[in-house]
Design a protein around this ligand. Structure first.
Ligand code: ADP
Ligand code: MG
Length: 730
């Protein structure tokens, strides 16, 4: 594309009038969940008996009989048709990261020459999508393509446009999970059981523990016109080349700055639609990098929060286009400026309203608080490599370890107050912790914890797993990832830690020890054990890398090797014991992750090669010819000595272009060779390793020279929109 055309595109796109969102006077409380089949709507559209049964299914996980399912389907259909729905779909989360759906109309023959709208319990509860094109990691070969999707009543159905969307799990005919939701629900159940049992040491009336998740979604917006002229953005979601803009985020003037009008319009529109779909949007702001923004809802139960995040991501992409933008969810769309993550704020709470990761007023509350914090640290300590595996991907690998994102080593920051409390607890001996007082034969004297631990000042942005007052914030999750992957690991690991904790406490109690004393004893042991994961310092520093290795933490940085943690003995043991994933399912998951990893790099490398040879080199050559031409002409006009002086700069440019161009051409060939060799490998893991070790580094090497050429070649000729053009929405 010529530069003139490039600027036409820019001009056109930038001059586009913002789409006005009707300045509505309706309050969010009035339109919230308008398109969701909430309990309120169930009450209205279902017979009383059916409503009661459904509540039991949702709250207590009892099974649904077909008769009830039929009645529920009938009520849902009536409600959905009033909103204009004509179709329904099972909506699931295959291991490809996005969501999948296949729409079926409500219509059926009435056998009198006409049609009727029908929707049965059977269609609601279970469907059999042709599953052969979804990744299964070898669990389900194509000739036995059967997989089925089954309704998850815990996540309410909703209507988008003309379709009733039914959240479902997706499993193979032989029962193995082929999605994220099935194991996530099992992990949530495991942590519920383990945490309920431990909570009962402190509060007898606890019946259930809920896992809560509040994600913060970061994203970039770019102008649609510019996006369309960048084949790399279009095909891979990131720019594979592009020199830094002279101004980017050095001035820190974007973060929390005022939101550009066009973007504000987009946000309003997006939030309205999200609220109507029951996503409790709360916070919006500019992020650190230019054109980077964030949306965060109020936290919800983890299963629902994950569904809402998946829904929001697809909504963002659609609404962005309406406003002349493209929404980039890639973790690192632009080099040299911040990437995008999805911080996952996670905590446990009882059905009686107690935040288990939050301090309380009494010594008992505080011992409970410390127990849950320490056992969470135990989980993170034991499975740091697996947690890293749950968030690593070809795209997130560009973000991790860079100086603005979580480091590639999992550690936990607790803040000064909590660190001091743990230290004191570890050092003080038993006799000082307990004293006899009043009626209670035993009272605890653990250090007082101020209720205002929830202060925002005590923060460490370099920590991937930070305690923030009454929850942990897992910051390493990537912007476009399904956060279920991380939540499956975290909840299962904490379930395991709490189960182990309880077993050890019970053993002491059986041996005659007082329960509280036994708890304190085990907590103190665990504070010592998990110490290596606790780190208050600068996670970006080189000293930390060395220190972490000394502490025995997982310091691996190669994505395919990190992924191996899915099938490490401790992972297999944990997942099978907690009944979340079988060994076969884990091996399948690993294979899918490896394949996804190298395929992404494969696509990037192909597009990169094409851009080098068909876009960059021809333009560089054309500009070089112009310079050569100029040198000749100058020579014709001026005496030799003057000509030489006048052409010195151009001669140097000609030489630089030659050097960069020959490097690019030579290495583009090497890139193709590296791909060819990698593609020949049979084993998926070996292939992923080869792509990581040999293909990806070549692209980095070549990019350096392309970015240099961008600075040299006439701006008029340069074929791709530049960072400075893409990154500043006006
Ligand atoms: P910050 O950017 O300061 O980390 P945000 O306000 O952007 O904070 O996001 C914090 C997220 O954490 C929100 O989604 C919020 O609902 C969620 N959150 C708050 N308390 C809890 C909790 N106890 N458990 C889980 N998530 C929580
Ligand atoms: Mg945040």
């Amino acid at each position: 594309m010529s530069s003139t055309l490039r600027f036409q595109v820019v001009g056109k796109a930038f001059s586009k009038k913002p789409i006005m969102v009707p300045n509505c006077t309706e309050r969010p409380s009035e339109f919230f969940a308008k398109y969701v089949f909430t309990r309120q709507k169930m009450l209205k559209y279902l017979p009383a008996k059916v409503y009661k049964k459904m509540c039991d299914v949702i709250d207590n996980g009892t099974t649904l009989d077909m008769q009830t399912a039929d009645a529920v389907a009938e009520g849902m259909k009536t409600w959905a048709m009033e909103l204009g729905a004509t179709h329904c779909t099972h909506w699931f989360q295959p291991l490809t990261e996005g969501t999948a759906e296949k729409h079926d109309g409500f219509v059926e023959h009435d056998w009198k020459g006409g049609m009727v709208e029908e929707f049965t319990g059977k269609e609601l509860v279970q469907q059999e999508p042709d599953a052969s094109s979804f990744p299964s990691g070898g669990i389900r070969s194509t000739f036995e393509a059967r997989g089925y999707s089954a309704w998850d009543p815990a996540s309410p159905v909703f209507v988008i446009d003309d379709t009733l969307m039914i959240p479902t799990v997706f499993i193979s005919y032989t029962g193995e999970a082929l999605d994220y939701k099935a194991p996530l629900k099992k992990a949530i159940k495991a942590v519920d059981q383990a945490a309920t049992a431990v909570s009962r040491y402190f509060y007898r009336d606890v019946r259930k523990v809920v896992s809560n998740l509040g994600w913060e979604q970061e994203y970039f917006l770019v102008d649609e016109g510019l996006f369309a002229t960048r084949p790399d953005l279009l095909m891979t979601g990131r720019t594979l080349m592009g020199h830094d803009s002279a101004k980017n985020q050095q001035m820190d003037d974007h973060y929390f700055g005022s939101i550009p009008q066009r973007v504000a319009m987009f946000m309003k529109d997006l939030e309205r639609k999200a609220l109507e779909l029951g996503i409790p949007c709360k916070t919006r702001h500019n992020e650190v990098a230019p054109n980077q923004f964030e949306l965060a809802p109020i936290y919800e139960e983890t299963n629902l929060a994950v569904d809402h995040n998946m829904l929001l991501m697809s909504l963002m992409k659609r609404v962005a286009r309406k406003h002349g933008f493209r929404c980039l969810l890639h973790e690192k769309p632009f080099a040299g400026i911040n990437g995008s993550g999805k911080h996952c704020n996670w905590s446990l709470a009882t059905d009686t309203g107690i935040q288990l990761h939050g301090p309380g007023k009494t010594p008992l509350d505080n011992l409970r608080f410390i127990t849950f914090v320490v056992e969470t640290l135990m989980a993170v300590y034991k499975h740091d490599g697996l947690l890293k595996a749950s968030i690593i991907s070809a795209s997130n690998a560009h973000r991790l370890g860079a100086n603005e994102a979580p480091p590639a080593i999992i550690s936990s920051f607790l803040g000064k107050q909590l660190s001091d409390v743990l230290l004191k607890l570890e050092d003080t001996d038993d006799s000082e912790l307990f004293n006899l007082s009043g009626k209670q034969s035993l009272s605890l004297d653990i250090p007082q914890i101020p209720e205002l631990l929830l202060d925002n000042t005590d923060r460490n942005r370099t920590s991937p797993f930070a305690f923030t007052g009454n929850r942990f914030e897992f910051r390493a999750v990537g912007a476009q990832a399904n956060c279920a992957a991380a939540m499956i690991v975290l909840n299962t690991a904490v379930a395991e830690a709490l189960t182990n904790f309880k077993a050890r406490v019970d053993k002491l109690v059986e041996g005659g020890m007082d329960t509280m004393k036994a708890i304190v004893k085990i907590v103190r042991e665990d504070i010592k054990t998990c110490k290596p994961i606790h780190f208050e310092g600068n996670g970006y520093s080189d000293e930390w890398k060395e220190e972490a290795a000394r502490r025995g933490l997982d310091v691996e940085t190669s994505a395919p090797l990190i992924l191996d943690n899915y099938v490490s003995p401790s992972s297999i043991e944990m997942f099978t014991r907690m009944r979340v994933l079988s060994e076969a399912e884990l091996r399948a998951r690993l294979e899918i992750k490896d394949v996804t990893y190298y395929k992404r790099i494969q696509i990037e490398a192909r597009i990169f090669g094409d851009l080098c040879l068909n876009h960059i080199i021809p333009v560089a050559t054309r500009y070089q010819s112009q310079l050569i031409d100029n040198v000749h002409k100058v020579k014709e006009i001026f005496p030799e000595e003057t000509a030489q002086k006048l052409s010195a700069n151009n001669l140097s440019l000609i030489q630089q272009i030659s050097e960069h161009s020959s490097f690019i051409t030579e290495y583009a060939e090497k890139l193709t060779d590296a791909r060819r060799i990698a593609n020949k490998l049979e084993d998926e893991r070996e292939k992923a390793i080869a792509y990581h070790d040999t293909v990806a580094p070549l692209m980095d090497l070549i990019r350096y020279h392309i970015d240099k050429l961008e600075l040299i070649v006439d701006d008029e000729l340069w074929p791709l929109p530049k960072y400075r053009e893409m990154l500043f929405i006006r």
